[in-house]
Design a protein around this ligand. Structure first.
Ligand code: GLU
Length: 420
């Protein structure tokens, strides 16, 4: 099973591990041992210059035992089936950790979105929606934003799907622009959820209010997190984007970082007021108290884990710590707030958006924040209670917490139907 899928195989070792701790039925692990369905399509669109170009795309529905599958669509040159299925697997666990009535899914197009014009991106997004029209749906599989996608793209997706079904169907996708049925608070939800979790656990984890933080990847999620943390008194000592890392032992001026990122690039700040430069990948090794990987998978692996100096890692990216590095971090006393819990704020507010779409209501921003905080605090506390009680890492506890809910749903389902 899963031959030729090294990433999914590695990810599943954490599930097997939780299965042993929980004494779960082998049938449950068997169901969760492979994706329910993965569809691949070739998308051919007309480029602005009149030429035709084809792109490979996927949508994977990993498991729907707890509800319709939910998860982002990634536009990225490195996308492949193994990655999409692994991300869909993590979404399954993530939705279960915070008790959303969803299974897990994910999609991708292998493309560099920065190399396409807005018109080309729109055509590509509409082509994706048509290609997967029978896979997605408000009660079946609900895409949301991920790496390389944004509100505009999600709006196009919902619009194209609505055309296909002949009526408005905003609940088919989340992360839409607010005027098209998007929710307030979706944009910064992933970072905000992680921030609420950190604040809630700060005293238990002995996190100082002015702790030094390194953020690997200041895209949408990482930049919002940098802002929340620095407003709360933390010092952002290191940041990176895909090209460049920056370091200042006393803390970087975030406004200057933001300006440089938008204009001349982070490298333009090297040498300014004591700022030194480093490779983007070296930010995970920066001298800091808290490390926030906020970009891509596998940035902490067996070959660099011993160079990590942070005592706490808050995973805002999906899968930033490879399973092979888990044990070493635990031995060294590094606490990891695991992705499936720490970055679940994004999909949680996506869920709020879907609920509002279905009810035809609009919640206020403070209502969204209150609900998000409650969810992160309650589920975060439950995971930590489990970790203490079972004397296991927070990651193992998060997997056990999720697997309990998944196992209950799978066991209650009985003989499974396969036509939905
Ligand atoms: N891409 C986000 C994640 O990895 C969530 C996508 C969504 O809102 O469905 O959690």
């Amino acid at each position: 099973m899963n031959d030729g899928k090294p990433m999914l195989q590695a990810a599943l070792t954490r599930l097997a591990d939780a299965g042993k701790l929980l004494d779960v039925s082998p049938e449950v692990l068997d169901v969760l041992g492979q994706p329910r369905e993965t569809t691949q399509a070739r998308l051919t669109i007309r480029m602005d210059d009149g030429a035709r170009r084809s792109f490979t795309a996927w949508r994977s529905r990993y498991d729907d035992s707890r509800g319709p599958t939910k998860g982002g669509v990634r536009y990225d040159l490195g996308a492949c089936a193994d990655e999409v299925e692994t991300l869909a697997f993590w979404m399954t666990l993530k939705c279960a950790v915070v008790n959303l009535p969803y299974g897990g899914g994910k999609g991708a197009i292998r493309v560099d979105p920065k190399g396409l014009s807005a018109n080309e991106l729109e055509r590509l997004t509409r082509a994706y929606t048509r290609a997967f029209a029978r896979v997605i749906g408000p009660d079946r599989d609900i895409p949301g934003p991920d790496l390389g996608t944004n509100a505009t793209i999600m709006g196009w997706m919902a619009d194209e799907y609505s055309d296909l079904v002949g009526h408005r169907a905003p609940g088919v996708a989340t992360g839409k622009p607010v005027p098209l049925g998007g929710s307030l608070g979706r944009e910064d939800a992933t970072a905000r959820g992680g921030f609420y979790l950190l604040q809630h656990l700060a005293s238990e984890l002995s996190v100082a209010r002015d702790a030094r933080v390194a953020i690997h990847g200041i895209g949408n999620v990482g930049m919002h997190m940098a802002r929340f943390l620095s407003e709360a008194g933390y010092r952002i000592v290191a940041v990176s984007d895909s090209r460049q890392g920056l370091f200042h032992p006393d803390g970087l001026d975030l406004a200057a970082v933001q300006r440089a990122k938008a204009k001349d690039g982070l490298a333009s700040l090297i040498g300014v007021a004591g700022i030194s430069g480093c490779k983007a990948s070296e930010v995970v090794l920066a001298d800091c108290d808290i490390l926030v990987p906020a970009a891509v998978e596998n940035v902490i692996r067996a070959d660099n884990v011993d160079g990590v100096r942070a005592k706490l890692i808050l995973e805002l990216a999906n899968g930033p710590v490879a399973p092979e590095a888990d044990e070493r971090l635990a031995q060294r006393g590094v606490t990891v707030l695991p992705d499936i819990l720490a970055n679940s704020g994004g999909v949680t507010v996506s869920y709020f958006e879907w609920v509002q779409n279905r009810q035809g209501v609009a919640w206020t921003l403070s209502e969204i924040h209150t609900r998000l905080r409650k969810m992160m605090e309650e589920e975060g506390a439950a995971v930590f209670a489990l970790a203490r009680e079972m004397r296991i890492t927070p990651r193992r506890a998060a997997y056990v917490h999720a697997l309990k809910r998944l196992a209950a749903a799978i066991e209650a389902t009985g003989a499974r139907r396969h036509n939905r």
